[in-house]
Design a protein around this ligand. Structure first.
Ligand SMILES: [Cu+2]
Length: 246
């Protein structure tokens, strides 16, 4: 599948953006905001319906669920993509940043992982919960992190299982009981990342002044990058574009 490298519309005020280049934030509070554009035929990426009825408890929760592999937001022009991990790839040098104390959570609910794509910082705690009335199996398929593979009892909604993660490109998590279940976890050495929301937008905040390579990763379309500069507490706007040909 061929991908265009990127499109970059730095410092352009585009429709829904909250910030404009003229707005200054507090010193050192630079931000990069934008959207991930989908330039393809959405008819090729219709969300398939997944039948959950093999497990009566999943069936009870939801007979069919929508695949989350490719979710195109067709309501905007241009169209955008959900569940894309956007992060600073290069430009931070050897600077280190405090680790967020916020706990990350993945919950299995309706025999789906929520969220489908999760991003966090190395050293943050990830808590995995099971809100379903059925047992799940959590199987991490990482390259750097440990390969966790354990069964989680039903209705484990409070304690769950906690894991501290190392920085790594997005890796898959799957359930060996319910073959349709999977999600992705991306971990970074810094706090400048986001996952595109329903409308395909992202915001990275608080990076030092500098020139950065921004990377967008999507589970079906791979990676694209674009360059951007921020300084003086200003906000930069940029877009990244995936252009699948099939
Ligand atoms: Cu499962």
């Amino acid at each position: 599948m061929k991908l265009s490298m990127f499109t970059l519309t730095a410092v352009l005020a585009i429709n829904t953006f909250v910030f404009t280049p003229d707005q200054c934030l507090a010193d050192g509070q630079n931000s990069i905001t934008g959207k991930v554009i989908f330039k393809g035929d959405p008819a090729n990426y219709k969300r398939t319906k997944i039948n959950t009825t093999k497990d009566p408890n999943c069936k009870k929760a939801k007979k069919t669920i929508g695949s989350e592999k490719v979710i195109v937001n067709k309501k905007t022009d241009p169209m955008t993509l959900r569940n894309v991990v956007v992060s600073i790839k290069e430009g931070l040098g050897k600077k280190s940043f405090p680790v967020s104390k916020e706990e990350l959570t993945i919950i299995q609910i309706g025999c789906q992982y929520k969220p489908h794509v999760l991003a966090g910082q190395a050293g943050q705690t990830l808590r995995i919960l099971n809100g379903d009335n059925t047992n799940h199996n959590i199987h991490f398929l990482p390259k750097v992190n440990d390969e966790h593979n354990f069964t989680q009892p039903k209705k484990d909604t409070e304690k769950g299982k906690t894991i501290i993660l190392k920085a790594e490109d997005p890796f898959k998590v799957k359930c060996d009981v319910h073959p349709w279940m999977n999600c992705f976890v991306a971990i970074f050495e810094h706090p400048f990342f986001d996952v595109t929301s329903k409308d395909g937008t992202f915001t990275l905040t608080g990076m030092p002044d500098g020139a950065y390579t921004i990377e967008a990763w999507h589970e079906a379309f791979g990676k694209v990058t674009a360059e951007v500069e921020v300084s003086g507490g200003k906000a930069a706007n940029m877009d990244l574009t995936f252009e699948p040909k099939s």
